[in-house]
Design a protein around this ligand. Sequence first.
Ligand SMILES: Nc1nc2c(c(=O)[nH]1)N[C@H]1C(S)=C(S)[C@@H](COP(=O)(O)O)O[C@H]1N2
Ligand SMILES: [Mo]
Length: 257
Amino acid sequence: MSANMPEKPLIPADDAALAEVRRRSRRSFLVGGTAAVLGLLGWRWASTGSEADGISRPLRSVLDANGQLAGEYFSSAHLAPVYPKSRARMPRTNGRVGLKTALDPAAWRLRVTPSAGGAAREFTLADIQALPRIEMTTELKCIEGWSTVVTWAGARFADFLARFPLADAAAPFVNLTTPDGKYYVGLDMASALHPQTLLCYEMNGAPLTPEHGAPLRLVTPVKYGIKHIKRLGTISFPPQRPADYWADRGYDWHSGL
Ligand SMILES: Nc1nc2c(c(=O)[nH]1)N[C@H]1C(S)=C(S)[C@@H](COP(=O)(O)O)O[C@H]1N2
Ligand SMILES: [Mo]
């Protein structure tokens, strides 16, 4: 399967919402929204409000509102740019939360709890590799300000859920954690089903190394690197928006690009 770009988005775009977003540029929308909300609240409240995550409450509300807009703007019609394979490089290793103990790749399993409840199902790497293999060359963008073009290979999360119907059609969220639970990522279902969201087992033509998340990591180039959880261990489908390691530390929960 050659699919740098999917032939057709898997999820039909919400035409009304997209038309609305296209009418105004995203930037002016967010900047205008921030100014308007701050204007309404008044700067006094903004600067004296109580703090949540070290960010004053009114500013926190604005960040959350922007995150909401980013979530609405986001859809499968919005694809991250793809690059020629010749541009691909190895990125630096960034972030080791949840990777600090040794892992036996042969004993590793992906444990998925169905949204309907019941026992977790376990998958081997071979189970994931049996799904259609997708290769894409996209940019890994770290929120700290660097980025690297990488050729990734793996299975679409959408293909995984199509093959193993573990999530209810209406399941709103996906929660992904390392085997030890120390790093955890939350996604809305639309982002998880995006055609460029992969359960990834290869970088630049070689199996993942331990520091880059062996044996399986998430890649979702419409989001910042913080969402690309390495050493994926468990997946569940909570009814409420799941916690997220970096959102708990003050970053936007969506972290969309
Ligand atoms: N388990 C785990 N996954 C993680 C992190 C981490 O600390 N632990 N850091 C994230 C961040 S901030 C980035 S930018 C990318 C970096 O991926 P790389 O190390 O393959 O370059 O991994 C993400 N996935
Ligand atoms: Mo990052």
